[in-house]
Design a protein around this ligand. Structure first.
Ligand code: KIV
Ligand code: ZN
Length: 515
């Protein structure tokens, strides 16, 4: 049996601390459930003394989330410990996490006290925390810049006072993996009562080393990693949960440790954190980025189709991503096009690969990415002709202000007919989409809506990208305009035109079959 490394999630505490807008109690509860499905061992969910809202959120999560140990943060001050202990009362298993800075820099400039004074405060707080729970964690803030001798002294006292987890944060993301491993080794070999506590690490990512440092610490004997989903957190963020979890899963052969993380839940949790925290994941982010399982190079695509492990060290399914993605771009070979068409239900006799591939390359050069519906349209029309658009925008007239609901009137040409509809909504974009839905008589589900600016400053154009679903298929529409509502409307009308074309393709398909 391999040694277990505990996963301590602090998305809702260190992660939340870094958000531009704080989360509501409901947001936090929703995220707490998503993170709990990952099967983390401990979930740090707030800093109860910091505000009544944080207190209530910790209390509510402690009441409603049952699986992990629920943890609250407290400075080494009595009122913090008391607030934390009270907020955690409903928890089945609650942990108080108390901390004080130990580095000479923090002691001198921030706390203006000696290490002995800090040790006395830590001991007093740990003893008080033990009155609320047996599970007390103590952190030496800025441990990464604390002399080993000082660390050993305060850690020994903290364990004697009743702390069963000792956390050694690299608060400012300064140390390198070999230095961090050496620090863990030193503590393991020089603190006489160290066997009575689990050693934990908490790394920030200022130099991009949070994950590497955490793994180095595990190799040196640490058995708890503090981390956040998507690596969100103060400044450059914290150690990323999904990365350390997958490193320990994929490299068990080398690291000889395991976690209890349910890795198939990773993608879902990542999406929820990104959405609720309004913090997008960079596309090339390991494990959960949009491109993490997307292959663009023709050579790689060909390799993956022959044997997945040629260019994939783990399967997308293992982290909950539905499938790997072969981006159809000008670098894609015929093999990939054929594979995709087979997946869409076509046989080789349904198309002429030479002419199809020629049209494909022209379109891929124009558009960048070619979608399934483009491929199908090429089979039937052999080219894409935007002049044939069924839906055309005539005008958008939207109004919105901070006091009343937004409304929008849309004028469109549908085939030969001119049509007009009005609707209200939460904002002018929603109102416009509803008006378009009334005109077309088709309700699409918007899966993704992205607004970007092209150009500089206030005169930038708004670019809207929409991914929408209709009858189980996804469509991508983009729109560009000086007015962002108009850009949104143009993107949505593009989606409707693609749906219309897909419907024409489908009726041609039927006719072909029948005849
Ligand atoms: O980075 C840090 O030192 C912390 C402590 C409060 C654990 O977040
Ligand atoms: Zn931190």
């Amino acid at each position: 049996m391999q040694d277990k490394v505990w996963i301590f999630d602090t998305t809702l505490r260190d992660g939340e601390q870094a958000l531009k807008a704080s989360l509501t109690e409901d947001d936090k509860l929703q995220l707490a459930h998503a993170i709990s499905r990952l099967n983390v061992d401990v979930m740090e969910v707030g800093f109860p003394v910091s505000s009544p809202a944080d207190f209530r959120a910790v209390q509510r999560i402690a009441t409603e989330v049952r699986n992990p140990i629920i943890c609250g943060l407290a400075r080494a001050i009595s009122k913090d410990i008391e607030a934390c202990g009270e907020a955690l009362k409903p928890a089945q298993r609650g942990r108080i996490h108390t901390f004080i800075a130990t580095s000479p820099l923090h002691l001198e400039h921030k706390l203006r006290m000696s290490l002995d004074d800090a040790t006395a405060m830590a001991v007093k707080s740990i003893k008080l925390a033990r009155k609320y729970t047996d599970d007390v964690e103590f952190s030496c803030e800025d441990a990464g810049r604390t002399p080993y001798g000082d660390l050993c002294r305060i850690v020994e006292s903290a364990i004697n006072a009743g702390a069963s987890t000792i956390n050694l944060p690299d608060t400012v993301g300064y140390v390198t993996p070999d230095e961090y491993a050496a620090m863990i080794h030193h503590l393991m070999n020089n603190v006489p009562n160290i066997d009575k506590a689990r050693l934990s690490v908490h790394c920030h990512n200022d130099l991009g080393l949070a994950v590497a440092n955490s793994i180095a610490a595990v190799q040196a004997g640490a058995r708890q990693i503090e981390c956040t989903v998507n690596g969100i957190g103060e400044r450059a963020g914290n150690c990323s949960l999904e990365e350390v979890a997958m490193i320990m899963k994929m490299r068990q052969d080398h690291l000889k440790v395991r976690t209890d993380i349910h890795s198939e839940e990773i993608y879902r949790a990542s999406r929820q954190v990104a959405k609720i925290c309004n913090m997008a994941v960079q596309p090339n982010k390991a494990i959960v980025g949009e491109n993490a399982f997307a292959h663009s190079s023709g050579i790689h695509q060909d390799g993956v189709l022959k044997a997945q492990n040629t260019y994939e060290i783990m399967s997308p399914e293992s982290v909950g991503v539905p499938n790997n993605q072969l981006n159809m771009t000008s670098r894609s070979g015929r093999h990939v096009i054929e594979h995709r068409l087979t997946e869409l239900g076509y046989q080789k006799s349904d198309y002429d690969m030479d002419s199809l591939y020629e049209s494909f390359l022209v379109l891929a050069d124009q558009k960048g990415t070619v979608y399934d519906y483009d491929l199908e349209a090429m089979i039937y029309f052999n080219q894409i002709n935007d002049d044939e658009d069924h839906y055309k925008l005539e005008f958008v007239n939207s109004t919105s202000n901070s006091q009343s609901v937004a409304s929008s009137t849309i004028g469109m040409t549908v085939g030969e007919q001119s049509k007009q509809e009005a609707a209200t909504g939460n904002g002018p974009v929603e109102a416009s989409f509803l008006a378009i839905e009334r005109i077309t008589g088709m309700a699409v589900e918007v899966i993704e809506y992205n607004l970007d600016a092209t150009g500089q400053g206030a005169s930038s154009l708004g670019q809207v990208d929409i991914i929408a679903k209709y009858n189980g298929r996804q469509y991508h529409g983009a729109g560009l305009a000086a007015d962002i509502v108009e850009a949104s409307v143009r993107a949505m009308i593009r989606v409707y035109n693609l749906i219309d074309r897909a419907q024409k393709v489908s009726s041609l398909k039927q006719q072909r079959k029948a005849g």
